[in-house]
Design a protein around this ligand. Structure first.
Ligand code: GUN
Length: 292
């Protein structure tokens, strides 16, 4: 049976560590990191995420600034709010919750965020920095996934890794991070031939496709480490719902060396990494090292 990689416990330790460092910044430099979260419209899933981000930001001792705008807010008004936040010295991180309503051009909005406040790591400059292996802000879900991999495996150098999914938020940055760790990286997607066969070659499997339980146990190389990024709500026979990942957990955990559960795996690491990025940028914007 596979070892369970406990993202809930790992993220709780990470958040404690961040809260301690925030305490040092406040005490020694009178600096309180601040995160602004912008939500446009009333998408229920986004509302849940935004509430959770705000709560955990405050629990880490940081300031949380929530901006909730109507679904019909114009792109001009949104850009002017971002300009105001870019120029606010108390704001060190800006996150615009995606997806945005259809009349707003997401790319223009993301690229209007100051590169040094883009705690999502979605700005073209941060994407470019990651792709050349330079210092920059790394997207939260891939960063959290990498932290768990390194914590479990140590040095990843020379390992074969497969990333299932080629999204800009997870698949592509995850592949860049694994390449930076000197893995041999395959990016697989909906057009990949013999997906199961490709998967069976990998020492590390990162599944981020958004298809419930697509990856079966017999796709996994014995002893491989499996990171399941998927969060899919499926309906059970009795009409109630439950959350499942992109990996069929029961069969995969018979074969894998280690695996993240859903829920309680990658999910809680994402917000912890958002706080991590905000702390880093608060220090950077003020010319300080992150406290030990
Ligand atoms: N919507 C779903 N995931 C994310 C994320 O990581 N960042 C933002 N800004 N919006 C999202």
């Amino acid at each position: 049976m596979a070892t369970l990689i406990d993202g809930k416990a790992f993220s709780a330790r990470l958040r404690d560590e961040i809260a301690r460092k925030v305490g040092v910044l406040k005490q020694e430099h009178s600096l309180t990191p601040g995160l602004a979260v912008v939500l446009v419209g009333e998408d229920p899933a986004s509302q849940v995420y935004v509430r959770s981000k705000g709560k955990q930001t405050l629990e880490a001792g940081m300031n949380s600034y929530e901006h909730k705008l109507d679904a019909d807010t114009s792109q001009t008004d949104l850009l002017s709010l971002i300009d105001q936040l870019n120029n606010d010295p108390d704001v060190h991180g800006i996150l615009v919750q995606l997806p945005l309503p259809g009349h707003i051009d997401e790319e223009s909005v993301i690229n209007s965020i100051s590169v040094d406040k883009d705690v999502d790591g979605f700005h073209l400059s941060n994407v470019g920095r990651l792709s050349i292996g330079a210092e920059g802000i790394v997207p939260c879900t891939p960063l959290g996934s990498l932290m768990m991999l390194k914590n479990h495996l140590g040095d990843l150098s020379g390992m074969k890794a497969i990333v299932l999914g080629r999204s800009n938020i997870v698949g592509k940055p995850m592949a860049s991070l694994l390449l930076k760790e000197s893995c041999t990286v395959t990016i697989a997607h909906s057009r990949t031939r013999d997906l199961a066969g490709e998967c069976r070659l990998a020492d590390i499997v990162v599944a981020a496709v958004g298809r419930p339980e697509m990856v079966k146990g017999d796709w996994i190389k014995p002893g491989a480490t499996v990171i399941d990024v998927g969060i899919n709500r499926i309906e059970k026979e009795d009409g109630t719902t439950r959350l499942v990942g992109d990996v069929e957990f029961d069969s995969a955990s018979e074969v894998a060396g280690a695996i993240t559960p859903v829920p309680g795996g990658v999910g809680p690491m994402t917000i912890a990494c958002l706080l991590h990025n905000t702390l880093q940028q608060a220090c950077r914007l003020n010319g300080l090292d992150v406290p030990e």
